[in-house]
Write a new protein. Structure first.
Length: 272
């Protein structure tokens, strides 16, 4: 029969069976060795891939940790600056209160002068009370703001931890909701005129304030007008409308400087 191995003389049928079984075992062993080698190569490749994946993940985690630490320190700096701004505004408010000028500190870095800066309806001129207020305000600002300005020399009354934190100061004018005619076209122009007149009076009383610069060397003060759009009272009575004819000072925090950001980066790198 085809495929059947002929027995040699003296070879029994049992011997032939054992020889065939031996050939089969050798073949299976050969296949097993090949499979084992393939598994070993596959395992080595998977191990290399796993090591590369672990290394990539470790690098990614390290980068995320570093950036998170950088952001946390940056946020901490902004928070410290905000605390310092609040402290500065409270210093100004107390200085005004000592001279019988009423002001309030509002959210958003706003120093509000309402009763202390009265304006006649439809008018931007500073009367005697407003003129006195601006002179006292100028004195307070000149004594405190240099401590938080980038270019002005500090004086002996500055807190030990004070530093340049101010981007600018906007003198904001406001009006009531009554239509106007005559000298000013509308309440937008009127509110801006009130802010501008207030700034001119402050600068006349304390010329050094006009020289203050922020961290980028820009002039610190500016003016803006909001017309009747930001009332603080109802406009339903003469008394409430008088409250809306006011001046606010908005103090803006500076963003961290490149030098501060570089310092934070070095601090983060140092702990890696």
């Amino acid at each position: 029969m085809a495929g059947r191995r002929n027995r040699s003389p003296g070879e029994s049928e049992g011997d032939s069976y054992l020889a065939s079984l031996s050939d089969l075992m050798v073949g299976m062993l050969f296949i097993f060795i090949i499979m084992l080698m393939a598994f070993a190569l596959s395992y080595r490749s998977a191990e290399d891939d796993s090591s590369a994946t672990v290394e990539a993940l470790s690098t990614m985690v390290d980068e995320i940790t570093r950036k998170t630490a950088f952001l946390d320190k940056g946020q901490a700096l902004l928070t410290e600056n905000k605390v310092m701004l609040d402290r500065m505004l409270e210093e100004i408010r107390r200085a005004l209160a000592e001279r019988k000028v009423e002001a309030t500190v509002e959210e958003g870095g706003v120093l509000r002068l309402r009763d202390s800066m009265p304006f006649a309806s439809g008018d931007a001129d500073l009367g005697p009370v407003a003129a006195r207020t601006t002179a006292i305000l100028a004195e307070a600002l000149a004594g405190i703001m240099p401590c938080y300005s980038a270019t002005a020399a500090k004086h002996g009354r500055c807190p030990a931890d004070s530093r340049p934190i101010l981007e600018g100061v906007f003198i904001e004018g406001h009006t009531d909701n009554q239509p106007i005619s005559g000298k000013y076209r509308d309440n937008w122009v009127l509110s801006t005129a009130r802010a501008s007149n207030t700034y001119e009076a402050i600068k006349a009383a304390a010329p050094a304030l006009g020289q203050l610069r922020n961290g980028t060397g820009k002039v610190m003060f500016g003016v803006s007008g909001y017309g009747e759009e930001r009332p603080v009272a109802s406009n339903e009575s003469n008394a409430s409308r008088a409250l809306n004819r006011r001046i606010d000072l908005r103090f803006l925090l500076a963003t961290p400087t490149p030098e501060q950001l570089e310092r934070i980066r070095r601090e983060v790198e140092a702990v890696r």
